[in-house]
Design a protein around this ligand. Structure first.
Ligand code: GLN
Length: 454
């Protein structure tokens, strides 16, 4: 049924870069046979899933939305893909994204726009717009995204879906094509909070192949979602972040945000206001740290090891000239912009002034979170300042595009988990996202509060 739905709506939505119909049907048939034979299977066995194209899949093309990886077929699976396969979830295919996960609209994909299923003239968010649009358009009940600065939560917000960025280190990064290694986390995109908890438990937990993986079991996420669903939040302190509301936020977004606060209060939660003064500098710090790490991570795309290789049109064919020609043609404008920015920020003489300062700001943001979590069990804000904007509206203005991430970036800089869930429609008829943040390794709180709001 999902493959039929994909065939029907893909011409309009374009959420997928690759559809694996044969593999998906084979997995579904296998699960049916095992279930018929009386085998006890994972609760999600047989439930189809879409995977963001930044996640490596054995034998299935993986481009990360870039021309430079065109034609590359990975020889191995990411850990999270191994776990999905072992549990018997048919993988429907790979979803569209901004090139190397840089962007907030999926317009930086080298393979065309994804359209928001709520209004095809609008962006589905980014970088994981494909995963969110696939879930929002009922092409897939579950999807995998990655979130370095908001790329799961902001697309979820603007497509009316649920998206979760787990605690840094709680889902393996083995087999994710790295954007910024100290910020990247994979996580679920789904239609309900309970579905996210189930998927998060499946893909999360320790992996010795990721050196930053936390060597502890996950908290009971599904149990927390079930607990929250009873609607009782008495004793839970909810902190409203002063700096993440007000100016720059659309009126309809703020109206839905305040209504959700009312619902939390009615469920028995205590609402307090907390200030995180350094969040004002989060965006500036992020756009130095991310390009710095990205410029290093992307150095491996050299025209020799993966995908595209372009020889210089004239002159000698040296390694350096092949690299220059390949990277010149293979990378899009946004990727080049960030490589230049990151290389500059890391260069001798500027390192302390830019990268060093940004790392200090990162520490101040972590301290803001610690102080805030002493006053509240969870923190909340709108997920994104506005609803989905029109395709093309911010494409020529990188700073306007970056501002979409203002509320999601602090969580990545501190490594804390965050969840976005639908909070109704704004005055323009488009979905609004409500963000819940919790301390590191307390992802269960996201699910309790999220499920109580649903
Ligand atoms: N929009 C942010 C950026 O462009 C977030 C990216 C992400 O989370 N992958 O960097």
């Amino acid at each position: 049924a999902h493959l039929d739905r994909i065939a029907a709506v893909e011409p309009a939505v374009h959420a997928f870069l690759h559809v694996s119909d044969e593999d998906a049907l084979a997995t579904a048939a296998d699960v049916d046979a095992r279930r018929a034979a009386g085998e006890t299977l994972h609760p999600l066995a047989g439930v189809p899933i879409a995977v963001k194209d930044v996640v490596v899949t054995r034998g299935v093309p993986t481009t990360a939305g870039s021309k430079i990886l065109e034609g590359w077929v990975p020889p191995y699976d990411a850990t999270l893909v191994e776990r999905i396969k072992a549990a018997g979830l048919p993988i429907l295919g790979k979803t569209n994204m901004d090139e190397f996960a840089m962007g907030s609209s999926t317009e930086h994909s080298a393979y065309g726009n994804t359209h928001n299923p709520w209004d095809l003239e609008r962006i589905p968010g980014g970088s994981g717009g494909g995963s969110a649009a696939a879930v929002g358009a009922y092409e897939a009940p579950l999807a995998i995204g990655t979130d370095t600065g908001g790329s799961i939560r902001q697309p979820a917000a603007v497509t009316g879906t649920v998206g979760v960025k787990p605690t840094y280190g709680s889902v393996s990064r083995y087999g994710l094509i790295a954007l910024a290694s100290s910020l990247d986390q994979a996580g679920p995109v789904t239609r309900t909070v309970l579905d996210s908890a189930l998927l998060h438990e499946l893909i999360g937990g320790h992996d010795p192949r990721d050196s930053t993986s936390i060597a502890e079991p996950l908290p009971d996420l599904v149990g927390a979602a079930r607990l929250g669903a009873n609607g009782d939040l008495s004793g839970v302190r909810v902190g409203v972040i002063t700096e993440l509301q007000g100016e720059g936020y659309q009126a309809g977004v703020l109206a839905r945000f305040h209504e959700s606060l009312g619902l939390l209060e009615r469920a028995g939660a205590e609402i307090v206001e907390v200030s995180c003064p350094h969040f004002t500098y989060a965006l500036a710090a992020y756009y130095l740290i991310l390009p710095a790490e990205a410029s290093s991570n992307l150095a491996k795309f050299d025209g020799m090891r993966f995908g595209l290789r372009v020889e210089p049109s004239e002159g000698p064919v040296t390694a350096e000239r092949v690299m220059a020609a390949t990277r010149g043609q293979g990378f899009g404008d946004e990727v080049k912009r960030r490589i230049i920015l990151g290389t500059y920020a890391l260069s001798a003489g500027y390192y302390d002034a830019y990268y060093g300062s940004a790392q200090k700001v990162r520490t101040l943001i972590q301290r803001d979170f610690s102080a805030a979590f002493a006053q509240a069990d969870v923190l909340v804000s709108p997920t994104a300042p506005t609803t989905a904007f029109k395709l093309g509206e911010k494409l020529d203005d990188p700073l306007a595009m970056y501002l979409n991430d203002v509320a999601t970036i602090p969580a990545n800089l501190a490594g804390v988990p965050g969840l976005s869930l639908p909070a109704g429609l704004s005055d323009d008829g488009l979905p609004v996202g409500f963000q819940v943040l919790a301390p590191a390794k307390a992802d269960d709180r996201l699910y309790r509060v999220g499920a109580a709001l649903e």
